[in-house]
Design a protein around this ligand. Sequence first.
Ligand SMILES: NC(=O)c1ccc[n+]([C@@H]2O[C@H](COP(=O)([O-])OP(=O)(O)OC[C@H]3O[C@@H](n4cnc5c(N)ncnc54)[C@H](O)[C@@H]3O)[C@@H](O)[C@H]2O)c1
Length: 447
Amino acid sequence: MSDSETLERFKTGNVTFGVVGLGYVGLPLAVEVGKAGLRVLGLDVQPQVVETVNRGDSHIQDVPAADVAALRDAGVLEATTDPARLAECDVISICVPTPLGKTRDPDISYVLDAGRVIAQVLRPGQLVVLESTTYPGTTREVLLPLFEERGFTVGTDFFLCFSPERVDPGNPVWHTRNTPKVIGGITAACREAGVAVYERFIDEMVPVSSPEAAEMTKLLENTFRAVNIALVNETAQIADRLGVDVWEVIEAAATKPFGFMKFTPGPGLGGHCIPIDPHYLSWKMRTMDYRTRFIELASEVNAEMPRFVVGKVQEALNEAEKPVKGSRVLVLGAAYKPNIDDVRESPAIEILSELGRLGARAAYHDPYIPEIREDGREWTGVDLTDEALSEADCVVLVTDHKVFDLERIFRLSRILVDSRNATASIADRLGAGSPQRWIVKGLALGS
Ligand SMILES: NC(=O)c1ccc[n+]([C@@H]2O[C@H](COP(=O)([O-])OP(=O)(O)OC[C@H]3O[C@@H](n4cnc5c(N)ncnc54)[C@H](O)[C@@H]3O)[C@@H](O)[C@H]2O)c1
């Protein structure tokens, strides 16, 4: 098959698109591909995930079950636990987890597992795209050798790219289709093949010169966020000591029409991306005897924030002449950010643990997370009744889900530590007449 025929097949032909890993990234991708009319085969190691998709349901909050059901009814989407079926696919996208190991080094075992099963079914004309976030060099150093061992030549027999996933769970505006997608291929032909297929379901592709450039782009984006969040979190701690309202300062700075980008302080970082991805780059650079100072410092500052919030609880209870020990503390929101059901790496876990360590009777409520099980630590959520709010000695708003009735929370809490400054306007309106004696507005203690 000539190069132009191959390209034409990816651009307009009948292509079966395989997605390895049907999680937060893989399922939205599979649905987008299916909506564009391509046949999709999703592979996952978890039978319950496969069953959910095959009965036309969704386990991912951002993906409506109706979308999955429509694609199932149309016979476009299928899920399987059988890796041998990847042989049916012309394109295979890898969307498996890339966590950190116990020593906070990259754990690319999932990428390796996926690469090995793909290597077994690899045939001429296939395109493989790694989408999992990882350190520069993974596509070329880890995946490519697995495929070349089969005796195939990259760029002619098969094609290999890296294209980072930028999906932002819970974002109502930017989703898989309308978020520009960066892609780099091992060869120019790989990149062209990747762009040709992805342009069928992504509005704007951004080709770069190599997989390493694409891998590093993703790490720059997430390091940029981690560092700026750390800067503003440190600013919150500085402002607190100076007795200055950090929120007022941020709002004032944000009026500058150029050269300033607004970030807001909070209880700490969470999720599968921002707290983890920069460490992939740190690790890679350590192997080259280079220390990534910004990443280490940002990680240190952000990791302090859950304790800073607990410190505010302590201060607020102190004002009410109560010790933390034995006090009832109700944590509102366990997810790492608003309007999602993801508790991975959430600062709420550290806050609950620290409150428990200090002897508080800590409980939490999150409408999206009925229970938390993390490293042997377990909590079961409580209902958000009027009693739960009014009987708590202190309520801590950790995640300001849109569904929270903030005015009710504000009115009924005796003490409210609002780590997101979500109740600022309510506090301004009701402050003086409100029942609580001490309000911690956006981390700054005030009366
Ligand atoms: N969640 C996000 O917001 C987000 C955003 C951008 C990038 N990413 C990156 O995308 C990648 C995937 O993240 P996620 O949040 O979708 O993870 P996830 O845990 O939600 O989903 C991963 C899925 O892969 C499956 N899986 C694991 N090993 C497998 C294997 N060998 N074969 C088949 N399936 C396998 C798991 O069962 C799971 O269903 C990670 O590298 C992550 O850093 C995530």
